[in-house]
Design a protein around this ligand. Structure first.
Ligand SMILES: NC(=O)c1ccc[n+]([C@@H]2O[C@H](COP(=O)([O-])OP(=O)(O)OC[C@H]3O[C@@H](n4cnc5c(N)ncnc54)[C@H](OP(=O)(O)O)[C@@H]3O)[C@@H](O)[C@H]2O)c1
Length: 246
């Protein structure tokens, strides 16, 4: 995939991996639109890289997604790359958590249904432009889930499966479909308490971009590669190890 002079939307481009990616791509001559819920966080991102184009949008709200798509079709009809990166996670003790069902709904809306909605609504714009691509961000936990994140694991596993079928249904069309599976990355996601194995965000984004350049459809970053292999050879062991992470 060519990573220069593209017109790119990154959901959740105001923090962590999305922000690092946005700054990197804006520096390579790409037009980069970022969206997120917090106008303040988006503004701070623009202060750190003035070439970024912000748009406030809560992707968990279908009506807000429609407004984003309308704004893009009117102002940036050259959009050719969609990066579905925004996501949320919550620790849940399923049977003892009174908010569990509410949380499940929010995580599924944000992590799974928002990417599906954006793909459906933006496809007609993407496909009209040169070298279109859809990039979905997931996690090594699609191979072995952590018990403390029941909705996060399962929403991302569903996105992994959706991405595989999307790639098959678009085979033969002029559009690329990528999935990037990250290991633990040191970002605000971990609220100041990243796991010991977390890698720096600069390394995560560097590996992601290297995979995209090589046109690898599934880019397993860092230890997500090892988790993939172990989960194939010894699934029970992979599950045990993932749930021992401190
Ligand atoms: N960090 C890790 O260890 C790790 C590991 C594996 C995979 N990943 C994946 O990498 C991606 C980015 O994670 P990160 O670590 O960079 O997280 P982060 O630092 O928490 O950033 C998340 C971004 O998503 C935005 N966002 C959250 N909910 C949103 C919503 N409803 N609508 C619009 N934007 C929303 C946030 O902005 P607002 O809060 O302002 O909305 C923020 O810009 C996620 O898909 C995550 O699953 C991360």
């Amino acid at each position: 995939m060519n990573l220069k002079n593209q017109s790119i939307l990154i959901t959740g481009g105001s923090s962590g991996i999305g922000l690092e990616l946005a700054k990197n791509l804006a520096g390579k001559g790409n037009k980069v639109i970022i969206c997120g819920r917090s106008a303040e966080r988006l503004q701070a991102a623009v202060q750190s890289e003035p070439r970024l184009l912000p748009f406030v949008c809560d992707v968990a709200e279908p009506e807000e997604i429609k407004k984003l798509v309308q704004w893009i079709s009117e102002n940036h009809p050259d959009l050719n790359v969609l990066i579905n990166n925004a996501a949320i996670v919550s620790k849940t003790d399923f049977f003892n958590d009174d908010r569990a069902l509410e949380q499940a709904n929010l995580e599924y809306q944000t992590n799974l249904l928002a990417p599906i909605r954006l793909i459906k609504l933006l496809y007609p714009i993407l496909i009209k432009n040169e070298s279109p691509a859809i990039i979905n961000v997931t996690t090594g936990l699609v191979y072995a889930p952590r018990v403390i994140y029941p909705f996060y694991n399962s929403s991302k596993s569903a996105l992994h499966s959706f991405t595989q079928t999307l790639r098959l249904s678009l085979a033969g069309k002029n559009i690329q479909v990528f999935e990037v599976l990250f290991p633990a990355v040191d970002t605000p996601w971990h609220q100041g308490n990243p796991p010991k194995i977390a890698i720096p965000v600069s390394q995560a984004v560097r590996e992601m971009l290297a995979g995209l350049k090589k046109d690898k459809p599934e880019i397993r970053v860092g230890s997500a590669k090892i988790l993939y292999l172990i989960s194939r050879l010894a699934p029970g062991f992979a599950l045990k190890k993932v749930n021992q992470i401190q």
